[in-house]
Design a protein around this ligand. Structure first.
Ligand SMILES: [Zn+2]
Length: 75
C-alpha cells in the first residue's frame, strides 16, 4: 500500500515546480535586461533638468544643451 505522505510530497513538488521555473526565468530575464542599463552612466543637468547619458563610466560630463558640467546621477 502506498504511503499518503509520499503522495502529498509528490503533488506538492508537482505544484511548486512550475512556480520555481517561472521565478528562475523571470530572475534570468531581469538580470539580462538590466546589465546594459547598469553599464551606462546617467546625468541630470541642474540648469535645464535634462537627462542625458554617457556610454563610458565617467564622473562628470557637460550637458549637451547648455554645456554645464554635471556629476553623474547616483542610484
Ligand atoms: Zn543643461
Amino acid at each position: 500500500m502506498a504511503n499518503p505522505k509520499f503522495f502529498f510530497a509528490f503533488y506538492l513538488a508537482l505544484l511548486l515546480a512550475p512556480l520555481v521555473c517561472a521565478w528562475a526565468a523571470s530572475a534570468w530575464r531581469d538580470r539580462r535586461l538590466r546589465a546594459p542599463l547598469m553599464a551606462r552612466t546617467v546625468f541630470r543637468c541642474i540648469e535645464c533638468l535634462q537627462f542625458y547619458e554617457a556610454d563610458e563610466p565617467v564622473e562628470k560630463m557637460p550637458c549637451p544643451i547648455c554645456g554645464r558640467q554635471n556629476e553623474k546621477l547616483r542610484m
